[in-house]
Write a protein that binds this ligand. Structure first.
Ligand code: FES
Length: 159
């Protein structure tokens, strides 16, 4: 009977298979040490000097940060431009003094309260602070929309 696989070759194949297995296991273990993480941009940003925002609704940061900055006689608050119905982006209609959502017709007052449509609650207000240099620091990760609470710090800056 012919010797199809020599003993030395057989051992070589065995050691190669073991080495491949160990290398694969080590690679899998190394990959496990680096989990899949989404690195999203910070929700906090500097909107510039508070004094630069005149009375009314500012759309300066609408496209870039999806917020409106509203100055009243008492101070400044920030509304997150995300409809509380299904998350569409409403628009500001200056001539009608309201925010209108194009998706299902929800309307919000300048304060962010629901005035029409299926939205279950008012627009969220973001945390807003005035830095030592007078800049508005807005944090979209800290939100509030309950009347009373939303009208005080840190959701309202008296400037
Ligand atoms: Fe705005 Fe439906 S997502 S009304």
């Amino acid at each position: 009977m012919p010797d199809l696989i020599k003993r030395r070759d057989f051992l070589w194949m065995g050691w190669s298979a073991l080495l491949a297995f160990l290398t694969g296991s080590a690679a899998a273990a190394a990959r496990f040490m680096f989990p899949n993480v989404l690195y999203e941009p910070s929700q906090k940003f500097n909107a510039g000097p508070a004094k630069d925002f005149p009375p009314g609704v500012s759309t300066l940061w609408f496209k870039k940060q999806r917020v409106w900055i509203v100055r009243t006689a008492q101070g400044i608050y920030t509304l997150w431009a995300r409809c509380t119905h299904l998350g569409c982006t409403p628009n500001w209609f200056l001539d009608q003094d309201r925010f209108g959502c194009p998706c299902h017709g929800s309307n919000f007052s300048r304060d962010g309260d629901v005035i029409a449509g299926p939205a279950p609650k008012g627009l969220w207000r973001c945390k807003v602070e005035v830095s030592a240099t007078g800049d508005l620091i807005i944090d979209k990760a800290v939100l509030e929309n309950r009347p009373g609470t939303r009208d005080k710090a840190p959701y309202f800056a008296e400037v």
